[in-house]
Write a protein that binds this ligand. Structure first.
Ligand SMILES: [Zn+2]
Length: 92
């Protein structure tokens, strides 16, 4: 519980650790206490954070699965470059 100070609509950093993944969002819109700086995220922002975490979890699962599949040496390199391309560009 915060100190009952005035709440102002601002931004706050949000950090989450999930199974070895560390996600730090620098500025998520939130109600921030002007006295102690404690942040309260509203539904839309909580959904957004959840969406980011879920999408990372999903990509991690695909990557872990890829680790268990054996490829012939010739195909391996191209498979991984496609996977990394997907990981980087589908996040936006
Ligand atoms: Zn406070």
């Amino acid at each position: 519980m915060h100190c009952m100070g005035e709440m102002k609509w601002s931004t706050a950093p949000f950090h989450v650790d999930r199974n070895g993944c560390h996600v730090l969002l620098d500025a998520v819109p939130a109600w921030v206490c002007v006295q102690c700086g404690e942040a309260y995220f509203e539904g839309r922002e909580v959904d957004f954070i959840q969406d980011v975490v879920n999408s990372i979890e999903e990509k991690k699962a695909k990557f872990a699965l890829a680790d268990k599949i054996t490829f012939s040496p010739g195909n391996q390199a191209s498979f991984y470059s496609i996977l990394f391309y997907h990981l980087i560009f589908s996040s936006y």
